[in-house]
Design a protein. Structure first.
Length: 105
């Protein structure tokens, strides 16, 4: 999974990195830039304090779509609207501070 950025691409990513306010997006950009500079996935992961798989995914996402956006879709809702409203009301009335209070209630 090697990257070969043109000088223009590299310059654009450097500018985006300096302007990026979201540190997670900045880490994605740094991952691509460092990989282009010949860093191994494990060295990038170590430097950014991320898992190797995360760095690999960041780079693959860039290669596949030239994007640093987050593509998390989440899961579909499992509760009915009525049950969701009941749960919200219940949690507004009772604040649980420990998991054991929920599990054994």
């Amino acid at each position: 999974m090697n990257i070969q950025l043109s000088p223009e691409e590299k310059q654009e990513l450097e500018v985006r990195h300096r302007q990026e306010k979201n540190h997670r997006k900045a880490d994605r950009i740094k991952s691509v830039l460092l990989r282009d500079e010949g860093w191994s996935l494990s060295k990038i992961a170590q430097a950014l304090r991320l898992h190797n798989d995360t760095v690999a995914r960041y780079i693959l996402d860039y290669l596949e779509g030239d994007s640093f956006d987050f593509n998390y879709k989440g899961s579909s809702e499992q509760l009915s609207k009525e049950h969701s409203e009941q749960l919200i009301k219940h949690l507004e009335e009772i604040l649980y501070t420990k998991v054991v209070e929920i599990v054994f209630t």
